[in-house]
Structure formats: C-alpha cells, structure tokens
Write a new protein. Structure first.
Lengths: 111, 115
C-alpha cells in the first residue's frame, strides 16, 4: 500500500479568492499522477493526468504542477467560484496499473 | 453504455447477510477497478481486473470479499457475512487501456449500509 497524502483536508474560501492544495506521494517508481474532482451526488471526474517532472497543466481557472523528484503536486484554483466546491482527489498510478488515492481536499467556496 | 453504471445505488442490509454489487463499465474498456470509500477517507483500492482476470486483488480486506468479471465486461463484487464495518460507498471505475494518459471513469457508487 502506497502512502498518498493530501492537505489541507478541508478548505473554505470566499468567492473570488485563489487557493491551492497539495498532494504528496512516493518519489520512487513514479509512473503518473491523476487529479480528479468529485462533486456531491456525482461521480469523480478526471481533471489532469501528469507524467513528467515539471509538468504544468491548465484547464480554465484550474492548473496543476508536478515535482516527481520531491514527490508532490499542487493544484491551483484562480478566482474560486461556488461551482468549484467539490472534493479534489489525487491518485498515484503505479507501473502495475494500480491507482492509490489520497484522502482528498474538500473545497467549499462561499458566495 | 455511455458511462459506468453501478447497481444498486443504495443497499441496506443486516449484519451477517450476503450482498452483491454490480458494475457495468464503458463498452470496450478492458480495465475495471473496485474501490471502497469510508467517511473521511479517500477511495481505498480493492481489486483491479484486466479483461476477465483479476490482475491485482491485494486490496480485498479479507476472504469475505470476492469479485468476478466472467466475460470481461460486467463485474460483481460479492460480500459474505457482512459486518457493520463494511458500510461504505463502493466505487467502480473503468479504463480504456494501460497507457498512462488513460483516466479512470467512475460510476456513481453503491452505498452499502450494514445494520
């Protein structure tokens, strides 16, 4: 079992604020890191797949960076909106095609 | 189908009973995963199928849990002699292939409550 940690566990921000959270994972045997967004009463949906050290991905106001040497990824949300409220999960993919998830960061954006 | 379908969406059962949870993946997806999510935790890996075979069942917590995928499509997670600690949301996900770029597509989950 791999240890994937996310912080903070929960976050409340005001609409318009920018925010970021962290995913930490083992720096050895890295294959890929996925970010998923899980809205209440829906299924988790993929945001980003990151494979190379130094990767930066962006989708609208959300972006992510990856540092495989030190074992962390940051997810950034610029100008948070109420519809960004969700749990954000990261998943470490092994070469054997298992995915190990962190505990998630629950984001609440207050209008 | 258009997405991953899981049934039932909710199941309430009594301690000691047998439960089956079904997952119908996206057509053509060769990989299928089962996860369990308890309150305050992230999804916990249970088992991964590649085609009909269980490529990795190391996450099954004990021998009361078993999963099958006989024709390489629909999978059933079977829990015998349920215990209160089995209460959780059971998530199924499928994946098109083993490329690092292929993401997991999740179903809506089956919420199991053991009384």
């Amino acid at each position: 079992i791999l240890n994937v940690e996310q912080s903070p566990q929960s976050l409340h921000v005001q609409e318009g604020d920018s925010t970021n959270f962290t995913c930490s994972f083992p720096s050895s045997n890295f294959y890929a890191l996925h970010w998923y967004r899980w809205e209440t009463a829906k299924s988790p949906e993929a945001l980003f797949v990151m494979t190379l050290n130094g990767d930066e991905k962006k989708k609208g106001r959300i972006s992510a960076t990856l540092n495989t040497k030190e074992g962390y990824s940051y997810l950034y949300i610029k100008g948070s909106q109420p519809e960004d409220s969700a749990t954000y999960l990261c998943a470490f993919k092994t070469v054997g095609n298992q995915f190990y998830f962190g505990t998630g960061t629950s984001l609440t954006v207050i209008p | 189908g258009a997405g991953v379908s899981q049934t039932p969406s909710n199941k309430v059962t009594e301690k000691g009973k047998y439960v089956e949870l079904r997952c119908d993946p996206i057509s053509g997806h060769t990989a299928l995963y089962w996860y369990r999510q308890s309150l305050g935790q992230g999804p916990e890996f249970l088992i991964y199928f590649q085609g009909t075979g269980a490529a990795d069942d190391s996450g099954l917590p004990n021998d009361r849990f078993f999963a099958v995928r006989p024709e390489g499509s629909v999978s059933t997670l079977k829990i015998q002699r349920t215990e209160r600690g089995d209460s959780a949301v059971y998530l199924c996900a499928s994946r098109a292939g083993s490329s690092g770029a292929n993401v997991l597509t999740f179903g809506a989950g089956s919420r199991l409550t053991v009384l």
